[in-house]
Ligand binder design. Structure first.
Ligand SMILES: Cc1ncc(COP(=O)(O)O)c(C=O)c1O
Length: 373
């Protein structure tokens, strides 16, 4: 019989709030505090940003990732807009409802990137448009770390890409909705995982926060100018929260709340979700060996991408398990799905999903005959 489950591998934002984040919200609560970021919790967040990203870094809490991206990209673009070079899988390209185009007036210039990563040579695609008034000016590169398809830029390849963009006069933005997962996978800090980029959308929600991200200006040369513009850009993008203390407290908890080993919460949560994805891949490996499914991406952070017969995906879903269809598979009747692990994914959830998949892929056709008495 196919076991039943109601487990979620749909998204890391399906997960609940980490108790240390909830405790930080509770600690920030009570009494009156100045609004719009002039509060003690936001001062703590500012200090945490400097401690994490360098003394010159400035952080601006916002409500969500789309807002962080739109504000970041606006900050890096000239007032007449322009083009933002990004991967074909970029969230800014596919999943923000055209917000960069509508709200920021920017044109996303998407490049092929089968594994979610871009290379320096690909920047040549739009380089000839520079100085041509008929073309959206490719003045910003937006890369995602870890990528939308669960891969992670290695430090050298990231550095090469960022340097190549800078050499072409482009500003560099990192969509860091999952920067914690990338840093944990690379074994480096959050700043190193950005590879010298200028502005980061620092993710919180997928890393155990209730809601909240931040725009962080990393480049010391830009922090006076971009840092000056950002409060206005954030307000115009409707991302300035009046009760900011509650967002700031969450982000500070992720950056600074440590365990006995001294590991911050962002790292513990990311390490765990990455480990669960590695485990899930290992559990599904036998089915891949038997040709019942196929991994479509390396598993380098907290996602596993798999192509399987649509009937198998349907049978697994019928047990209550949730996950997203990513795109149609490469052969008729197949689908590529994304299995995403979170800070609260349990090893037992992974084992159950694997069991459900095995049972659905190998249905028991007949009952074993009863033994003769
Ligand atoms: C790569 C990436 N960037 C940004 C976001 C943030 O999106 P939202 O505006 O839903 O917070 C997401 C969420 O799915 C994402 O996966």
């Amino acid at each position: 019989m196919t076991p039943t489950s109601a487990i979620h591998f749909a998204s890391d934002n399906y997960a609940s709030v980490h108790p240390e984040v909830l405790a930080a919200i509770a600690a920030a609560d009570g009494g009156h505090e100045p609004a719009y970021g002039s509060d003690a919790a936001t001062a703590e967040f500012d200090a945490a940003v400097r401690a994490t990203f360098g003394e010159h870094a400035v952080g601006f809490p916002v409500f969500n990732g789309t807002g962080a991206n739109v504000v970041s990209l606006t900050a890096l673009s000239p007032r007449w807009g322009g083009g933002v070079v990004a991967s074909e899988h970029a969230h800014i390209h596919n999943d923000e409802g055209g917000a960069p185009e509508k709200v920021a007036g920017l044109k996303v210039l998407a490049l092929d990137s089968p594994d979610g990563r871009l290379t320096p040579a690909q920047l040549d695609r739009y380089a000839g448009d520079l100085g041509d008034e008929h073309r959206a000016q490719p003045l910003v590169l937006s890369l995602t770390q870890s990528t939308e398809v669960g891969t992670v830029y290695a430090l050298e390849e990231l550095r090469a890409l960022v340097d190549a963009a800078h050499a072409r006069g482009m500003g560099v933005h990192v969509d860091g909705a999952r920067i914690a997962n990338a840093a944990a996978a690379l074994g480096v800090g959050l700043l190193e995982a950005c590879g010298g980029a200028d502005v980061l959308s620092l993710g919180g929600t997928k890393n155990g926060a209730m809601l909240g991200e931040a725009v962080v200006v990393l480049n010391p040369e830009l922090s006076p100018s971009v840092g000056h513009d950002l409060p206005y850009l954030r307000k115009q993008a409707m991302q300035l929260g009046s009760k900011m203390r509650y967002v700031s407290a969450q982000l500070t908890a992720l950056l600074t709340s440590t365990d006995e080993a001294g590991d911050p919460l962002w790292l513990r949560n990311a390490r765990h979700s990455n480990a669960m994805a590695t485990l899930l891949r290992a559990e599904l490996e036998p089915l891949a060996r038997d040709g019942l499914l196929r991994f479509t991406q390396p598993t380098e952070a907290n996602a596993v991408f798999v192509e399987m017969p649509r009937t198998l995906a349907d049978d697994i879903r019928a047990t209550g398990t949730r996950f997203y269809d990513w795109k149609p598979g490469t052969t008729p009747g197949t689908v590529e799905v994304r299995l995403m692990c979170s800070w609260d994914t349990a090893a037992s959830d992974v084992a159950l999903l694997a069991e459900v998949a095995r049972a659905a892929a190998h249905p028991v056709a007949v009952e074993a005959p009863a033994e003769d008495a």
